[in-house]
Design a protein. Structure first.
Length: 259
């Protein structure tokens, strides 16, 4: 999910995503309870589309992307810019690539990028963005659900995942697979909305279990295999639905895999 450096979602997208994931009937969508693995849950018709009860499925996110011709800003996420600008380019995995802002930014800095998203609609938008920017030869785009199709182990110099909020059991399994995908000497970058946001009036699903902080994320990494270089609650301005601005936070963890 690619966003602007100043405000990774932007007020409008903050509201849309929070409503969708929290279960509001915004845009004719109704959501339900998530499941712990890559299921094939029942579907039900709504006013606009038929979506699965799995809020992390291709159908759910395709329906979300179909609400507007462009959801995100097209810019790279701020934490990626801050944490990866000085890394030597190599092979990167961009997880949840959205409309391609991070993939374009990485390719422009010499990275070879495998960009993946569960939503085929998002992947096609990312493909168009990559082609417009002239980096089609540097970026491979794939629509896949990494819960059931994890990446190859030990092959990436950078694994970048931004705002991939999942239930704890799914998160532990998938984040372990993402960490395993990092090559020795490579970098793992995890960025999520911070649990502090739940008390700040920022539109977020009212499900604390979806929001690990930087200590939980860093603590899940085996110190024999990982050197944690950054574990921050990073502030940024967030515009609320009423137009006011508050300070939000992102949980940012950057770690280097030991050789």
């Amino acid at each position: 999910m690619t966003s602007s450096p100043a405000d990774p979602f932007g007020a409008a997208s903050e509201r849309r995503v929070a409503a969708l994931v929290a279960g509001d009937r915004v845009h004719g969508l109704t959501t339900g309870t998530s499941t712990a693995a890559a299921p094939t849950p029942p579907t039900r018709p709504t006013g606009v589309a038929t979506v699965t009860e799995d809020r992390w499925s291709a159908a759910f996110w395709d329906a979300h992307y179909d609400t507007r011709p462009q959801i995100w800003s097209g810019d790279a996420n701020a934490a990626l810019v801050a944490e990866a600008a000085d890394l030597p380019p190599g092979r990167a995995l961009d997880v949840g690539c959205g409309e391609g802002g991070d993939a374009v930014w990485l390719a422009a800095r010499g990275w070879r990028v495998d960009a993946v998203d569960v939503s085929p609609v998002a992947v096609e938008r990312a493909r168009a963005a990559v082609q417009r920017a002239g980096w089609a030869d540097a970026v491979t785009l794939t629509a896949t659900d990494l819960r059931s199709d994890p990446p190859a182990a030990g092959v990436y110099d950078l694994v970048n995942t931004q705002f991939l909020h999942l239930p704890p059991d799914v998160r532990r399994s998938l984040y372990t697979a993402l960490a395993d995908a990092v090559a020795p000497g490579g970098t793992l970058l995890l960025v999520l909305h911070h649990p502090r946001d739940l008390a700040a009036g920022i539109p977020r699903p009212p499900e604390p279990e979806l929001f690990p902080d930087e200590h939980e994320l860093a603590g899940a990494l085996d110190p024999d295999r990982w050197e944690v270089l950054v574990a921050d609650a990073r502030p940024r301005p967030v515009t609320l639905p009423d137009g006011s601005t508050v300070t939000g936070h992102d949980a940012v963890v950057r770690a280097r895999r030991r050789a």
